[in-house]
Design a protein around this ligand. Structure first.
Ligand code: BES
Ligand code: MN
Ligand code: MN
Length: 461
């Protein structure tokens, strides 16, 4: 027999899905200034919905006033479970840009159901998963007239751009965030049908490296041979940062890297992971690359990496233009693992990039955003409650994994507020996060809501 709250969720599921589609139609792309109004509209819609379902003190919290205004946080609470713990339920309503648009089978902001999936930008990252929390709360409040524990909801609109606003808010330790643990649904199942808790995330520094040569663009015939070419210099610097075996060459970069424990490594070995299947269906390249001596899971979860995201500048139009551009830039990020700090990694990288720059160019390295890595201790009652609730819904024991991705606020919640996070996510490895044809499995949306209901009930026992 399902609990009254689960029965409510099942009866109302078609409406829940329509509401999620309405949210997904708003292109709340946090990195593009022209979508700032869409971000605010999404925040206002969520605050109104939290109020409608019976949450109290629903409101927007402004952020980033010092930088001309960021995207607002959404807050709401329900604090009438005397003697019970308090959960901080976190999610993000902002999404990544949708380009390249021509690769989408249906438009990114027209959510479409296909083969048991809902396709849209933000379907799984993170609007769909964040909305599971809202609908779990609605189901509990509607069916029971109360919640099994105290709840604070905090949603952000800048996660995909580094989460500066929420980090500043959390660092001031507002009374609004007093809680015993956090619930975050912004991660994945290790495999379909396998209940999963994520207990580690990589941190990151996202940077822009600018190389300047001549004072202006130059005719490449008249000046080629005498004037420095910033793109060539940039390529030489990038090639100097990482060797062909995937080792980062920045001096001292690996000094603080903490290796996973023997138990953790043994647990990863027993996960159902097929490297060839991963190569072919998820990555789709002819070979996998990376540091010798480390498994794919170690490379992506427990080793730092350095990636180049794009190199804007110069001539990129159709056809040919013979120019030596005055400047070249590259967007470069590094993922950090436990015990590394963004400040130290950035200082080491900046000094080294400046040192290896070839003659004739000026190098300018800028930090765009940063986030700390984190590792969650699993010996707390909330993780126990989560595995129990997941077993009831999925009929299986939970696996503990790390993820190579970053959710900057998880480390901040630990550091500033002492909150352990339960990262209970229901994405799938092939959900195309940040890529064309992002999707959320509809069964996972449904079971995710039931899992959150079960977890909140269990944590409040
Ligand atoms: N939800 C992801 C992070 C994630 C992805 C965790 C898959 C676990 C599994 C999050 O929205 C994200 O994309 N974060 C960015 C953070 C960055 C912009 C600071 C990332 O990892 O690139
Ligand atoms: Mn996310
Ligand atoms: Mn994301």
């Amino acid at each position: 027999m399902p609990s009254p709250a689960v029965a409510f969720a099942q009866e109302n599921h078609p409406r829940f899905l329509e509401e999620l589609k309405d949210l997904l139609r708003i292109p709340s792309i946090s990195t593009l200034p022209e979508h700032a109004a869409d971000c605010r509209k999404t925040a206002e819609k969520l605050a109104a919905e939290l109020k409608r379902i019976g949450m109290e003190n629903a409101r927007l919290i402004e952020t980033g006033l010092e930088r001309g205004g960021g995207h607002p946080l959404v807050y709401a609470d329900w604090l009438h479970a005397a003697g019970k713990p308090t959960v901080l339920m976190y999610g993000h309503y902002d999404v990544q840009p949708a380009d390249p648009l021509e690769e989408w089978h249906t438009p990114p902001f027209e959510p479409t159901e296909r083969n048991g999936n809902l396709y849209a930008r933000g379907a799984v990252d993170d609007k769909g998963q964040m909305y599971m929390h809202v609908k779990a709360l609605e189901s509990l409040l509607a069916a029971d007239g109360k919640l099994p524990l105290n709840v604070r909801v905090l949603l952000e609109g800048e996660e995909e751009v580094g989460g500066e606003g929420i980090a500043a808010y959390v660092a001031t330790k507002p009374a609004d965030l007093k809680a015993d643990f956090a619930l975050v649904s912004d991660t994945e199942l290790f495999a379909a049908g396998l209940p999963t808790l994520c207990v580690g995330l990589r941190g990151m520094i996202y940077t822009e490296l600018e190389v300047r040569g001549a004072k202006t663009d130059l005719h490449s015939g008249m000046y080629g041979g005498a004037a420095p070419n910033p793109f060539v210099a940039l390529a030489q610097i990038i090639a100097g940062l990482k060797d062909r075996e995937g080792k980062i060459l920045i001096p001292g970069f690996y000094d603080d890297v903490e290796a996973p424990s023997a138990e953790e490594l043994a647990a990863w070995k027993s996960l159902p992971f097929d490297e060839e299947h991963y190569r072919e269906t998820e990555v789709g390249s002819k070979e996998l690359v990376g540091e010798a001596g480390y498994s794919v899971l170690e490379r992506t979860w427990a080793r730092p990496t350095l990636e180049v995201h794009g190199m804007p500048g110069g001539f990129i139009g159709a056809g040919a233009k013979t120019v030596i551009p005055a400047k070249a830039t590259a967007k470069i990020s590094m993922r950090l693992v436990p015990n590394m700090t963004p400040a130290k990694a950035f200082a080491q990288y900046k000094a080294f990039a400046e040192k290896i720059a070839p003659a004739g160019v000026d190098v300018n390295v800028r930090l765009i955003h940063q986030g700390d890595p984190c590792l969650i201790p699993v010996d707390n009652p909330y993780i126990q409650a989560a595995t129990k609730a997941l077993h009831a819904v999925w009929g299986k024991d939970t696996v503990f994994i790390r993820s190579g991705g970053s959710i900057p606020i998880v480390g901040d919640l630990d550091r500033h507020l002492g909150l352990p996070s339960v990262m209970m996510g229901f994405g799938l490895p092939d959900d195309n996060l940040h890529a064309p044809n992002e999707k959320f499995n509809l069964e996972n949306f449904r079971l995710g809501i039931e899992s959150v209901i079960g977890f909140l009930a269990e944590a409040g026992k």
